[in-house]
Design a binder for this molecule. Structure first.
Ligand code: SF4
Length: 372
């Protein structure tokens, strides 16, 4: 059994309303349900902490909206994390929050509980776009949330943006990126709007003037360029950071390293097994065990995830992990990469296979071609 450090994710499935584009597992809940959730999570943490006995290099409270728990429950949850696992002193401990209300007390509790990184759902600085997305906050509230986080001692801040919204142009994206700079955000995640089946947006799709694929691609490339010029270096398809502020937790996923996910809807990859807790709060409150989801960590999976990163893949990495099979796969992909490097879809470097922003736009097709 391995004793190397792993990443720990806790899914907090509560929101004070549902955004019409969202298909994350989240619901509204009253105090008693959130109390029971924290108790169930304490038990799960104690169980897994004892069973694995492994240190943790990053903790991520995602959702949902973890800030919805309120300061006392949040502190109980964080104390359970640190009691159950040996969290390394250098660990990145992130909490997501939505700026729908004053977060001063939440950040104070989070900071006291060990949180050192805030991820705030801004999505846009434009009031019309926020309204269209059904967001329940203003850009000013997001600005205040950043200030409050820093005041509480949480200095590493990430903001989320959404791209390719109906009616959005370069001007709006430029303004949102400037807003992130004004907030002195260290990190920006910028996702293309995807219409997920089963959401209100999917039902309204016919009435929405969404940009077509070419226009969405132009907006994405504009965002990548503007973020780079603003000091945010792209390190993954949708993630940009000041040097040294890359999200360590999510890098674990893309580097195909091990993580434990607890909470309804959370996925895990441990000792080459994948398993998950179903999107069912009642099952989690009952203490139901996670469901097996087959083997993970295959060569193909490692290539698919690794090519999401700007650092891409090296022969050394594939050989160290998969031996001769990895070395052969790298050599084969290097040959196949030549026309894509010439076409500007892959970086024209030797010793490394990596996509360009243009290549990220067609990453699925491109990676399939390389893997053929
Ligand atoms: S706040 Fe986040 S998790 Fe909650 S409904 Fe909106 S997008 Fe989904």
């Amino acid at each position: 059994m391995s004793c190397s450090p792993l990443a720990l994710y806790l899914h907090v499935p509560f929101c004070d309303g549902k955004c019409p584009y969202c298909d994350f597992y989240s619901l509204s809940a009253d105090d008693s349900v959130m109390d029971r959730y924290v108790t169930a999570m304490q038990k799960a943490l104690a169980h897994w902490g004892a069973a694995l006995s492994r240190p943790v290099h990053s903790v991520y409270l995602g959702g949902g909206t973890p800030s919805q728990l309120g300061p006392q429950r949040l502190l109980r949850l964080l104390q359970a994390v640190f009691r159950s696992f040996s969290v390394l002193p250098s660990a990145e401990v992130t909490m997501e929050a939505n700026p729908t209300r004053d977060l001063s007390e939440i950040w104070a509790a989070a900071s006291a509980g060990g949180v050192n990184r805030a991820s705030i759902g801004l999505q846009s600085s434009n009031p019309k776009e926020l309204q269209l997305l059904g967001r329940r906050h203003t850009a000013e509230q997001a600005f205040d949330a950043v200030k409050q986080a820093r005041k509480a001692g949480i200095h590493n801040v990430s903001l989320d943006l959404m791209l390719a919204l109906p009616g959005q142009g370069e001007r709006e994206i430029g303004a949102s990126v400037s807003f992130c700079q004004q907030c002195r955000a260290d990190h920006v995640s910028a996702y293309l709007l995807k219409i997920e089946e089963g959401t209100p947006f999917a039902r309204q799709r016919e009435n929405m003037t969404l940009p077509d694929d070419d226009r969405a691609a132009d907006l994405y490339l504009f965002a990548c360029d503007t973020l780079e010029k603003s000091g945010y270096r792209q390190y993954e398809i949708s993630n940009f950071a000041h040097p040294g502020r890359e999200g360590q937790h999510n890098l674990t996923y893309w580097r195909d390293e091990e993580y434990l996910g607890l909470g309804p809807g959370a996925h895990s990859f441990l000792e080459n097994r994948r398993f998950y807790y179903p999107r069912d709060l009642s099952a989690f409150l009952r203490g139901d065990r996670p469901i097996e989801d087959g083997n993970g960590g295959t060569l193909e999976e490692c290539i698919m995830l690794g090519l999401r990163l700007r650092e891409g893949l090296t022969q050394e990495k594939l050989t160290a992990r998969y031996g001769e099979e990895g070395k052969t796969a790298y050599a084969r992909m290097s040959k196949r990469a030549i026309p894509y490097q010439k076409a500007g879809l892959m970086q024209p470097v030797t010793g490394r296979l990596a996509l360009t922003p243009k290549g990220f736009l067609v990453s699925n097709e491109l990676i399939s071609e390389l893997l053929l």
